[in-house]
Design a protein around this ligand. Structure first.
Ligand code: B12
Ligand code: SF4
Length: 455
């Protein structure tokens, strides 16, 4: 069958993100002999409707696979939501190809499947990992049969397909990057993304990653990961990678094995990743550096006892400080991602976090204000129990928990901090994130996350 994938993501901040999820799903479709093409909204900002119509006319797809990554930018108070744009895209598809079934998937869809189904009026929805379910849907459609829902009990809407099992063997699938414009993504986005495992077995209070990827960690063989890096290097000249695992070093041993493979192969590449300060050692950072680690993003969320315990983090301020020390020692740039205003936050705990983070001398800091609430997270369950919110209010329209007693203080404090320190990025206040400046930096050929440039 002819399958048209549409990457609906037009957000270019902090960078245009290569649609790795689509290329995973396309890889499986290609294995089954389907012809796959991608229409990428990242490269069609103007006149997108005309361009998409033209594309559909020329390709005449039999199936459309819509990938929806972001619901919003999670940036309180100046939050931006993207849903209207997705509705526009579906409208264009329906106008140009009214008979063609639309199958929708992606992280945004997976977080609010029922609501998205209503808004988009798609034919089928796929929650979570798309590879296996998409394959089954295509097989049924090809035979002219109605796709069977593998887990009907999980949904009130029969055409939303939940996984019965997660692709345990996803490690052997190589994303079909040939359907996307790798060179332009590398030039304009500064890195190419790659995944070394799926799942997270921790339960930080606000986090939806275990819901998206499952609680069982499924690791790829390090040789598969490095084969893929080597291929991207040889085929496209890509020498900077973004490991998109929710945490690259959980467990530390797997991250280390990947580094060892990079070293064995003498691959001259750089990389960045989300790294946890939990149970790290000096030796781990030494190995990271040797294997090309240019920077890490510590998703520490807080650096106060109240903040860390409110979010159920498994590390301590001491571990945060040690990891910062080792990054300095080995010349690894690092960002601290923070969430301030969590339940129980006080002015003192905000100041404690700021003081401890300042003491670490990070390359940059990204500070979010408040917690975006998602269904099924521990914080959502707690807030529903306390009567702060009703389940049905947790929806596409974002709701943020910001501890009321510190809200004003926090907004002012972060506004001032980010004015005084240009390496304090506050997306919710649009501070220190200028798209035009970022573009100019990329034009100079700078690779890696843009905050590295704050060094
Ligand atoms: C790594 C990451 C980043 C990195 C990306 C680096 C890079 N170069 O790739 C950085 C830090 C830059 C980033 C930025 C942002 N991110 Co981010 N990111 C992630 C993370 C951790 C992993 C994404 C990923 O690559 N996954 C691996 C791929 C393989 O999975 P996938 O894309 O989901 O695809 C699978 C399924 O979704 C499905 N699927 C996908 N498409 C399709 C299509 C069809 C037809 C089907 C059937 C199935 C299907 O199958 C795929 C394979 O199994 C996720 C959280 C998570 N664990 O998912 C957040 C996440 C996607 N990000 C999110 C957000 C909000 C953002 C930002 C807006 C934050 C900000 N304010 O800056 C920006 C937006 C950037 C942009 N231009 O779009 C949200 C989106 C949800 C929401 N609330 O809107 C998530 C879910 C995290 C969260 N907080 O909830 N992000
Ligand atoms: S914040 Fe990180 S460590 Fe915690 S549950 Fe989410 S992905 Fe896992």
């Amino acid at each position: 069958m002819k399958v048209l994938f549409i990457n609906t993501n037009q957000e270019r901040l902090p960078d245009p993100i290569p649609p790795i999820g689509v290329t995973y799903v396309a890889a499986v479709a290609k294995q089954d002999g389907h012809e796959c093409k991608l229409f990428d909204f990242n490269f069609h900002n103007k006149d997108f409707a005309a361009a998409l119509k033209e594309f559909i006319k020329e390709f005449s797809p039999q199936v459309i696979g819509l990938s929806i990554r972001n619901v919003d930018n999670v940036a309180y108070p100046k939050v931006v939501t993207y849903v209207d744009g997705y509705q526009e895209i579906v409208k264009v598809c329906r106008e140009e190809a009214p008979e063609v079934p639309i199958i929708v998937g992606g992280s945004a869809f997976s977080l609010f499947p029922e609501e998205f189904m209503l808004k988009l009026n798609a034919d089928y929805g796929v929650v979570g990992e798309g590879e296996e379910i998409f394959r089954e849907i295509l097989r049924s459609l090809e035979k002219g049969e109605v796709p069977k829902n593998p887990n009907p009990g999980l949904s009130n809407t029969p055409n939303i397909h939940y996984p019965t099992y997660l692709s345990r063997n996803f490690g052997e699938i190589y994303p079909a990057r040939e359907i996307m414009d790798v060179s332009t993504y590398f030039k304009e986005g500064g890195s190419i993304n790659i995944q070394t495992k799926r799942g997270c077995s921790l339960r930080c209070s606000y986090c939806n990653y275990p819901l998206l990827e499952g609680i069982q960690v499924r690791k790829r063989a390090p040789s598969d990961v490095v084969d893929e890096m080597e291929y991207c290097f040889k085929e496209y000249g890509v020498d900077y990678f973004f490991f998109v695992d929710n945490v690259f070093n959980l467990p530390n041993s797997h991250a280390k094995e990947i580094c060892q493979k990079i070293l064995e192969r003498k691959l001259k590449v750089k990389w960045t990743a989300y790294v946890s300060p939990a149970k790290v050692s000096e030796n781990l950072f030494a190995t990271f550096k040797e294997a090309g680690c240019s920077s890490v993003d510590f998703g520490v969320d807080a650096a106060s006892n109240i903040g860390l315990s409110s979010m159920d983090k498994i590390f301590t301020v001491k571990e945060i400080k040690n990891s910062a020390k080792w990054c300095h020692q080995y010349g690894i740039k690092f960002n601290h991602s923070l969430i301030l205003g969590v339940p129980g936050e006080t002015i003192e705990s905000i100041e404690e976090t700021i003081e401890n983070i300042m003491a670490c001398k990070p390359t940059s800091v990204t500070a979010l204000i408040g917690v975006r609430i998602y269904k099924g997270t521990p914080i959502a369950i707690q807030l529903i129990k306390e009567g702060w919110i009703k389940e049905e209010q947790i929806c596409i329209k974002p709701v943020f928990y910001v501890e009321e007693s510190v809200r004003e203080y926090l907004l002012n404090r972060l506004a001032n901090l980010s004015t005084e320190h240009r390496n304090w990025i506050v997306p919710g206040l649009k501070k220190n994130m200028n798209e035009r400046y970022f573009k100019r930096v990329r034009l100079r050929g700078v690779k890696g996350p843009l905050w590295e440039a704050f060094a």
